[in-house]
Design a protein around this ligand. Structure first.
Ligand code: FES
Length: 319
């Protein structure tokens, strides 16, 4: 996929463990426009590509703003961003892609962010504010020192639209969410982004009153439980060449096909970003990604082969 060359114009400490990176075009050309909820793939190092949401407001084509939390369990991406990327560095990013768009028909937008989940949600809030839409943002963090963009979100523009919650205990959070979500205002849509436990709790609490089509989520990482599920060997057939390969336990479809010279484009390799989306012509996928919706998973006509496997003995791919 073609990339854009950008310069790291500014690095700022936004909270105790979150840095923001302002990226500007290295060539002087305007950057491609984007909608709220978009992310870019950042090529940090050879073979190290990570997805980060854009935090920008609308109509900004002179810069992309991303923010990265330093994760103690980093697979390499967040540590490299925090420790190696400096102002003045030139790096490659993809054009923005959007898996988490704002619902244009919604009459009200309820935005819920936990920790670093603020990044796409902040962009949504900025876009909604500029468009004069009805919205509110509930932002949950460990403390004010862990709250990225606190000053901006406390400003006059966001007054009465943003509520901060610090160090809220699990029982109190459950009770608060029940109160917040028991009623869905007509035409309202719910957006959430944050740590998996937080998202699971919000989703479960919202389920009785918010229909799935009114709930929008952005995951940062795959569900570790789903990635550790059963690992039986199965066969993959490529329909166009009528060739069949065995995918053994511990290997992904992407890895096995690459060994045989069939390259599927990947990025996150976690079932999160959607880059490796592949059509399924026959067989039953064992979906382990967080990219496809439940309805898409049930349709069994697509798979994310970087993580997903097969429930049937044979899977026929549209490749
Ligand atoms: S590479 Fe990201 S979902 Fe497969």
């Amino acid at each position: 996929m073609a990339t854009l060359t950008v310069k790291v114009n500014r690095v700022a400490q936004e909270s105790l463990d979150i840095k923001s990176f302002e990226l500007i075009s290295a060539t002087g050309d305007p950057l491609p426009p984007f909608a709220a909820g978009s992310h870019v793939d950042v090529h940090i190092d050879s073979g190290l590509i990570r997805q980060y949401s854009l935090c920008n407001g609308p109509h900004e084509t002179d810069r992309y703003l991303i923010a990265v939390k330093k994760e103690p369990e980093s697979r390499g991406g967040s540590r490299a961003m925090h420790e190696r990327i400096r102002e003045g560095d030139v790096i490659a990013v993809s054009a923005p892609r959007n898996n988490f768009p704002i619902e244009q028909q919604a009459k009200h937008h309820l935005l819920l962010a936990g920790g670093i989940g603020i990044t796409p949600v902040f962009s949504m809030a900025r876009h909604l504010l500029a468009a004069g839409e009805s919205f509110e943002l509930q932002y949950f963090t460990r403390s004010i020192q862990h709250t990225a963009f606190h000053a901006l979100l406390s400003g006059l523009d966001f007054k009465r639209r943003v509520t901060f919650h610090y160090a809220i205990e699990p029982d109190a959070l459950r009770a608060y969410l029940r109160k917040l979500l028991w009623h869905r205002p007509e035409g309202a849509h719910l957006y959430l982004c944050g740590p998996r436990q937080f998202m699971d709790l919000v989703e479960t609490t919202a389920a009785p009153t918010w229909p799935p089509e009114a709930v929008h989520l952005e995951y940062f990482a795959a569900d570790p439980m789903s990635l550790t599920g059963s690992q039986e060997t199965f066969q993959v057939r490529l329909a166009r060449s009528d060739t069949t390969f065995a995918v053994p336990a511990g290997r992904s479809i992407v890895e096995v096909l690459a060994e045989h010279g069939v390259h599927i484009e990947t990025s996150c390799e976690q079932g999160v970003c959607g880059t490796c989306l592949t059509g399924v012509l026959d067989g039953v996928p064992d979906h382990r990604d967080v990219f496809l919706t439940d309805a898409e998973k049930q349709a069994c006509d697509k798979i994310m082969p970087c993580v997903s496997r097969a429930k049937s003995l044979l899977l026929v791919l549209d490749l």
